[in-house]
Design a protein around this ligand. Sequence first.
Ligand code: SAM
Length: 208
Amino acid sequence: MSLPDGVQRRAIDGEEALATRGEPVYGEGTDGEWRRWDLRRSKLGAMLEMDVDTGLAGGETVLYLGAAAGTTVSHVADFAGPTYAVEFAARPARDLLDAAEPRGNLFPLLKDARKPETYAHVVEPVDVVVQDVATRGQARVALANRRFLRDDGRLLLSVKARSEDVTGDPDAVFDEVLDSLAEGYEVLSARGLEPFHDDHLAVVARPK
Ligand code: SAM
């Protein structure tokens, strides 16, 4: 599968790695303008590395839910078009603002992804929703934000089993999340993100 335009494999720090072009954000290695994408800190990076068919070609309009300090969303903004980054915790959001500073297409929103009505006036229709919110009710968050997704858009969802149920069997948790998602999405693929991220399921879906 091909990588999106703007994502390349490059030798950085003596190792072949995925990389995007932009200002460094989290102390990652660089090669000229290219910055290494640390797959152990990024579920989306791991999805690309594992050849998941994300449909990303580069240049898309993106709504990113659970942006934290901007590790992954900064890479996204390096290869995408307008990128809206939702994060509700004030502390990581400060670093997110720093990551956005040199990126004119990255728009941080200090908002709760469970309340899309609070940012609906800012966010335009998007080609892709990327979701990585470590919270209970991950399917509900994806369903609530479906309103922003174009009919031919994609949801790229990383489900963290332990956020739904700390002690539950991850496979049972994933089944429940997929069942709930079916209310608004057709699931195109679902697979675990080991060895990069344990007990995480990577889901690609499109709106029904
Ligand atoms: N996606 C980030 C990355 O790869 O750089 C890491 C995200 S971290 C695993 C999950 C984030 O989701 C946390 O920063 C947390 O504050 C945020 N989060 C959890 N619930 C949220 C909600 N309801 N609205 C917005 N952000 C939320």
